[in-house]
Design a protein. Structure first.
Length: 141
């Protein structure tokens, strides 16, 4: 619990009991999660409280958002040294079978040279295929 409090404090977030509860549950996910995923896990916390907490965590660079094309925004906890700059961006992987989305932090988004007068505002790099769990069920020839 102390470790979670320290992580919140490092991002200038006051560690209230509800924020700690939400952050603890977020830390349990091994994949990217949606607002609905958190609602299911946190039945005693209302949706607006969860959403406001996600917004606070995002604004203070504790989590990042992922648009994986599913129609529901996904979230993932940032690494301790992440400041959500272009240099911190990494690839995400969406499994076509189980529909889970994973952060592939070891794979950086390759640099792309934009034409003159183009200004980069955001990057969304999502690869799609089968995750390591689902690919075990595929028969190879």
């Amino acid at each position: 619990m102390k470790d979670l409090e320290e992580k919140l404090l490092r991002r200038n977030i006051k560690p209230t009991s509800v924020r700690l509860l939400i952050f603890r549950r977020m830390s349990d996910f091994k994949k990217a999660f949606s607002l609905t995923d958190l609602e299911t896990e946190l039945e005693t916390v209302n949706k607006s409280t969860i959403f406001r907490t996600l917004t606070l965590f995002h604004d203070n660079l504790l989590i990042h958002t992922i648009d994986d094309g599913s129609g529901a925004m996904k979230y993932s906890i940032c690494s301790d040294n992440c400041m959500c700059t272009v240099g911190d961006l990494h690839v995400h992987f969406n499994c076509n079978r189980c529909k889970n989305t994973f952060c592939l932090e070891s794979i950086a988004i390759p640099p792309i040279q934009l034409p003159d007068k183009f200004l980069l505002e955001s990057i969304n790099f999502v690869m799609k295929g089968m995750c390591n769990e689902c690919s075990r069920f595929v028969k190879t020839k």
